[in-house]
Ligand binder design. Sequence first.
Ligand code: ADP
Ligand code: MG
Length: 263
Amino acid sequence: MTHTTSEPAGAAGPAADSARPLVQLENVNKHFGPFQALTDINLSIPERQVAIVVGPSGSGKSTLCRTINRLETIDDDGGRILIDGQPLPQEGKELARLRAEVGMVFQSFNLFAHKSILENVTLGPMKVKGLKKARAEKEAMELLERVGVGQQAKKLPAQLSGGQQQRVAIARALAMRPKVLLFDEPTSALDPEMVQEVLDVMVQLAKEGMTMVVVTHEMGFARKAGDRVIFMADGAILEDTDPESFFTAPQHERAKDFLGKIL
Ligand code: ADP
Ligand code: MG
């Protein structure tokens, strides 16, 4: 590969650069009162990676996602979270900027019920990024087309199927041009026949190189699009390996037990 001359001497080349960590958790703990929901989480997600997070109910998967975009604070005990190398502050102006770099798609879509599909997607870019309406609408329409719901732009969320609403939620997250997208069980509230249309969009994003953290028990997706499986139990990461190894040869008893229940 040719080196561009604009690179400073000694800078990492394209290969090293493409593996730069976009999300880093260092010694992260999270208590809810006396209850410890996350225990000493250490995790680094490089650019373009698709990390699948699995584990039994209550193991801390949602809490992990929610701390990464600061919907939850973390314990003030020296642990920290970095987004593209920048420590995520617990509050302040810098927080809003870094948070915009982390998109999130929830199980329950969370669209604004009284706003049109188009408005749901343009709101964030206009409010947070200061985009003019025309520009925000143009970009939103492109994204809605991309996830296959361009025809629905003028409707309200309730007029769409669950699968369509979740694809709108993905378009809405993408409209902020995040560096990383978090998905918290994005298909588990959907009727079975709508699961695949949402997974198809996610597979496409993965192919395009989007960095993703995906909490899901969709094993087909994990095997097809996942680069890595992180298995959590009781707020801790017990296994962190490639999908094939995890599904065919889990190491921990807890992981074997978990797979026995879902496969
Ligand atoms: P998962 O997503 O893996 O099912 P969660 O991250 O939602 O697990 O929850 C992990 C644990 O933290 C659970 O025991 C849950 O009850 C607890 N928890 C989550 N959110 C709160 C909260 N806001 N207050 C108190 N406990 C919470
Ligand atoms: Mg959860």
